[in-house]
Design a protein around this ligand. Structure first.
Ligand SMILES: Nc1ncnc2c1ncn2[C@@H]1O[C@H](COP(=O)(O)OP(=O)(O)OP(=O)(O)O)[C@@H](O)[C@H]1O
Ligand SMILES: [Mg+2]
Length: 262
């Protein structure tokens, strides 16, 4: 069978953090029900965008079409100035990392799961990264450290641990654009703190798109997008939106109703 995703031949993307641009993007899983409607926005290299919106508004779908897991109905997505359909998938995946809401684990050791079986990643590099992300203590507390065996499915990790783990995995690939789909489940304060500092570290070298389910995550972003029913309801600089009492974001800040971020 031939994949419906036709990849391009372009291999080159600019060095360093990559800009991102959606231009009149329309998308649906099934013809009858549009999921993304006329999405247009741009963020510059190194900027951080926080996306919020009620459950089912299309946040995860937006990240999936960005990674070319589905074809668009219409419109263009550019990464580093290049239309993603013109890029080879390898070129795209080498530079763009994604942490999904549900973390996939494979039958293998902790090390295998962190490096995705890439033997070129040294234990030293894993150690430096996990130290920086505040994950070393947790790894050391596992019965055999990096050699601890994990079963597929990931029942052995809590939601917060799984996210820290997935961040480390993406961190090790040194991406230039990161998409982070936060878990919507509640995390304890300690894990939340660790996650926040890990996210900060990860975003230092890259452009970031963070699908946020907690107000605290949004404190560090430059821009905010509010999605509703697959449409952009609001897009702007975080500080401007915060100081405009009529904005969705300002209302969220006042009411503190995090459940509306779900
Ligand atoms: N694989 C799929 N096939 C068909 N429809 C889908 C699929 N995945 C999602 N949808 C639909 O697309 C819409 C947007 O879903 P999406 O997962 O993008 O929402 P979300 O904003 O990420 O929600 P949440 O906050 O719960 O994660 C929903 O109506 C959903 O039912
Ligand atoms: Mg989602």
């Amino acid at each position: 069978m031939q994949s419906v995703i036709q990849e391009g031949t372009e291999e080159q993307l600019p060095e360093g953090p990559l800009g991102l641009e959606f231009s009149q993007v329309h998308f649906s899983y099934n013809q009858d029900k549009p999921v993304l409607h006329d999405i247009t926005f741009a963020i510059k290299p190194g900027e951080r965008l926080g996306i919020i919106g009620r459950t089912g508004s299309g946040k995860s779908s937006l990240s999936r079409v960005l990674l070319r897991l589905y074809n668009l109905d219409r419109g263009t997505i550019r990464v580093g100035g290049t239309d993603t359909t013109k890029l080879s998938l390898q070129a795209l995946y080498r530079r763009v990392g994604m942490v999904t809401q549900d973390v996939q684990l494979f039958d293998g050791t902790l090390r295998d799961n962190l490096t995705l079986f890439n033997g070129d990643v040294s234990d030293q590099m894993i150690k430096e990264t996990t130290d920086r992300l505040g994950l070393s203590q947790w790894i050391n507390s596992q019965p055999e450290g990096l050699d601890t065996y994990l079963a597929a499915g990931g029942a052995s990790l809590s939601a917060g641990e799984a996210q820290l783990f997935a961040l480390t995995r993406v961190f090790l690939t040194e991406p230039s654009l990161v998409i982070l789909d936060e878990p919507s489940s509640r995390l304890d304060a300690a894990t939340e703190g660790m996650l926040q500092s890990a996210i900060d570290q990860l975003m230092k070298q890259s452009t970031g798109v963070i699908i946020a389910h907690r107000l605290a995550t949004l404190e560090k972003v430059d821009r905010i997008m509010v999605l509703g029913d697959g449409k952009v309801l609001e897009f702007g600089a975080r500080e401007e939106l915060a100081s405009n009492p009529a904005s969705h974001y300002a209302r969220l800040l006042i009411t503190g109703r995090e459940e509306e971020l779900a």
